[in-house]
Design a binder for this molecule. Structure first.
Ligand code: GLU
Length: 449
């Protein structure tokens, strides 16, 4: 990792020493610290009050056993997490990730990012994240339900609509939120809709929440293009992943006239020069929960499945990495640059490695960090909480307009903050400083707690 400004290097060294082996968490902290030198120089009171040290120490970290019985009758044990990172701006808010790669360092990186992302939305939500090292792949519906029930049997005592509000992330969608909410309701004997977001429409969910992360990322791209006098119309777009974020990013790109030519899953990627057939892709990935190679078998000529290699080798104007962390490295960035890509917007959390971000910056490729570009998901979760609190439900169009307005607001505050700190067009600097000052000011006002 590169050396940081001297105002933060010692503190970063302490963070690494205090949180050994948590590489993703170190990376996320480094990325934020790397941009804070100018704001600490301008406002030294942030450093005096120990704001950075406090920001890096979660308010509460919960690790628990999740025992469950699989379909063969065998006992399985997973590890569950909830990291309640920062509640200066509101109750902890952030998703749950069920994936075998989950360990404390992944949850802490996601929770740390979430503090800043949630601040950028301008809505009253603090930052948290949770999950388990459970692998849902190949598990029956009954196994998923038993796992979710066991997970909630411990988690319920730590959450609540005024305390901590989980939602989905990788491996946790509408089905899982349903099983989690059902168990919460049963244990507590309360229909407390605001305790989880991402719920189904008939039991307290919000219109647009399913689509929100992908749609929001594309709204952010639309703003980036508009700042340069352009639109999405006719642009080639590559979206990695084929989960919730990717599928709805593809949908919105297509609605706005863009041409999505490739997407992927963990088994490889597909290229379709005619444009991805989204209905077919949704059928395979959302309904059948199948593998992406099926797309090529069913769609036929003009399509290609590539098992090994990088999706970022596919020439494109715009890249939207929407799979997982560190999926776009420096070599990928070089390929994108060589092929004329002009915008990279992160639909996933931290999908671009620091070396890749540097290469993109040097080549003047517009780069939108996830904490700004993918904030539409959590923002719409906060809109779901508003509806739950007022026992109301809004129309699709109204909710989508709110989302579009929030994304424009985030975009504009990134750009104006980057300008203010002499780094015009640098969305990373703009996002980090704008979010940091909001959280830091609230922490100062609340005293040393
Ligand atoms: N997991 C999503 C994120 O990374 C959404 C969190 C939420 O809605 O609380 O922001």
């Amino acid at each position: 990792m590169t050396t940081l400004d001297e105002s933060v290097q010692d503190l970063f060294t302490q963070v690494v020493a205090r949180n050994p082996g948590e590489a993703e968490f170190h990376q996320a902290v480094h990325e934020v610290f790397d941009t804070l030198g100018p704001v600490l120089a301008k406002h030294p009171h942030y450093a005096d009050a120990g704001i950075l040290t406090r920001l890096c120490e979660p308010e509460r970290q919960i690790i628990f056993r999740v025992p469950w019985v699989d379909d063969a009758g065998d006992v399985q044990i997973n590890r569950g997490f909830r990291v309640e990172f920062n509640s200066a701006l509101g109750p902890y808010k952030g998703g749950l990730r069920f994936h075998p790669s989950v360990y404390l360092g992944v949850i802490k990186f996601l929770g740390f990012e979430q503090i800043f992302k949630n601040a950028l939305t301008g809505l009253p939500i603090g930052g948290g994240k949770g999950g388990a090292d459970f692998d849902p792949k190949g598990r029956s519906d009954a196994e998923i339900m038993r796992f979710c029930q066991s997970f909630m049997t411990e988690l319920y005592r730590h959450i609540g609509e005024h305390t901590d509000i989980p939602a989905g992330d990788i491996g946790v969608g509408g089905r899982e939120i349903g099983y989690l909410f059902g168990q919460y309701k049963r244990i507590t004997n309360r229909y407390e809709s605001g305790v989880l977001t991402g719920k189904g429409l008939s039991w307290g969910g919000s219109q647009v929440r399913t689509e929100a992360t992908g749609y929001g990322t594309v709204f952010f791209v639309r703003e980036m293009l508009a700042a340069g006098g352009q639109t999405l119309d006719g642009k080639r777009v590559v979206v990695s992943g084929s989960g919730n974020v990717a599928l709805f990013a593809i949908e919105k790109v297509q609605q706005l006239g863009g041409h999505v030519v490739a997407c992927s899953d963990s088994s490889g990627f597909v290229v379709d020069e005619n444009g991805i057939d989204l209905e077919l892709m949704k059928e395979i990935k959302l309904v059948e929960r199948g593998r992406i190679a099926d797309y090529v078998t069913r769609r036929g000529s003009g399509t290609q499945f590539v098992e090994s290699g990088s999706i970022w080798s596919v020439p494109t104007d715009i890249a939207i990495p929407s799979a997982t962390q560190n999926e776009l490295n420096a070599a990928d960035a070089e390929m994108l640059i060589r092929n004329g890509c002009r915008i990279v917007a992160e639909g996933a959390n931290m999908p671009t490695t620091p070396d890749a971000v540097r290469a993109l910056n040097e080549a003047s490729v517009g780069f939108a960090p996830g904490k700004a570009a993918n904030a539409g998901g959590v923002a719409t979760s906060a809109l779901e909480m508003q509806q739950n609190a007022s026992r109301d439900s809004w129309s699709f169009d109204y909710t989508e307009q709110r989302l579009a307005d929030i994304m424009r607001g985030i975009h504009d505050s990134c750009l104006s903050t980057a300008d203010e700190y002499g780094m015009p067009g640098n969305y990373v600097v703009g996002a980090n400083i704008s979010a940091f000052t909001q959280v830091a000011d609230a922490m100062l006002a609340l005293g040393v707690v």
